[in-house]
Design a protein. Structure first.
Lengths: 151, 136
């Protein structure tokens, strides 16, 4: 079971490029037709410096370009079949547009046992900066681990 | 939401329903998102993990909610977006995303609104509960 020793653990930073083709695949998968994401003119009219990314796409970029997207689970010895996503948040500090190169720096900020140890909640926060060193976002995810309960 | 529009507390500015979630959508999202956890696409793995079938990525559901949100508010005005994943979203779910203004305030030198967001399936079961902060 994951314990308090995981708190403060930093994972390998991830560098991800916002590529137009991969983004289009995401937009098509979600049936996203909003021209602001597809047409430079519409994006500029909405006040964007380039084509923006959808609100949850930062989460995807971090996973897509990670050397090992499940490093957290491997490092903490957690079985992939036992995890659920509990919570997710994004704070947007500066625009992210197609062509940017982002760096993600995830770290464990808390580990909490719930329901007498039947579940463990792990909170991972991540600072996101762009190619100019601008702090563009902060993300936070809560991973729920369903622990094996001895019967 | 056009410039100059002044929402009031209680206004429902986000409201969108999506087509039912298919296995094909889950397979595409697996590739499109980089989340290759087999629990969402491989029924054998899902069953070994104690689930009756594959189920929807929480982040796909949040992606739909994000889409509903930026249909109403340009992405440049979004300051924060968060959700709690309340229940697993099953295959075939037809999701409706809604958002209501709960507070108007000033922060970091700009007028902002706080929204309460929900995503429910066709039976009204809540899947996601969350919030957003937008600049007006």
């Amino acid at each position: 079971m994951v314990d308090q020793s995981a708190v403060g653990h930093r994972f390998t930073p991830v560098t991800a490029r916002v590529e137009p083709g991969r983004l289009r695949y995401f937009l098509n998968t979600l049936g996203e037709k909003n021209p602001v994401y597809r047409d430079e003119k519409a994006a500029r009219a909405a006040g964007c410096a380039g084509l923006p990314v959808p609100p949850t796409y930062l989460f995807c970029l971090e996973m897509m370009d990670a050397e090992n997207p499940f490093e957290m689970l491997t490092a903490l010895n957690i079985d992939l079949g036992r995890v659920l996503h509990g919570e997710q948040s994004f704070v947007y500090r500066a625009p992210v547009v197609v062509g940017d190169t982002l760096t993600f720096e995830p770290r464990v900020v808390s580990v909490t046992d719930k329901k007498g140890g039947a579940m463990t909640l792990i909170v991972i926060e991540c600072k996101v900066t762009n190619q100019n060193g601008v702090h563009v976002a902060d993300t936070s995810r809560t991973v729920v681990v369903r622990n094996q309960v001895a019967s | 939401m056009s410039a100059g529009y002044k929402p009031a507390v209680g206004d429902r500015i986000v409201d969108k329903t999506f087509p039912p979630i298919s296995r094909h959508t889950l397979a595409l999202y697996c590739g499109a998102s980089g989340d290759h956890n087999p629990i969402h696409v491989d029924i054998d793995f899902a069953k070994r993990s104690g689930f009756p079938d594959v189920f929807t990525h929480g982040m796909l559901v949040m992606g739909y909610l994000g889409q509903a949100l930026t249909d109403a508010v340009p992405p440049t005005r979004l300051r924060a977006f968060s959700t709690r994943f309340v229940a697993i979203t099953q295959l075939g779910a037809r999701l409706t995303c809604e958002g209501t203004v709960t507070e108007l305030f000033t922060e970091a030198g700009e007028r902002r609104a706080r929204l309460a967001l929900t995503t429910k399936d066709e039976r009204g079961e809540v899947k996601l509960e969350g919030g957003a902060v937008i600049a007006l």
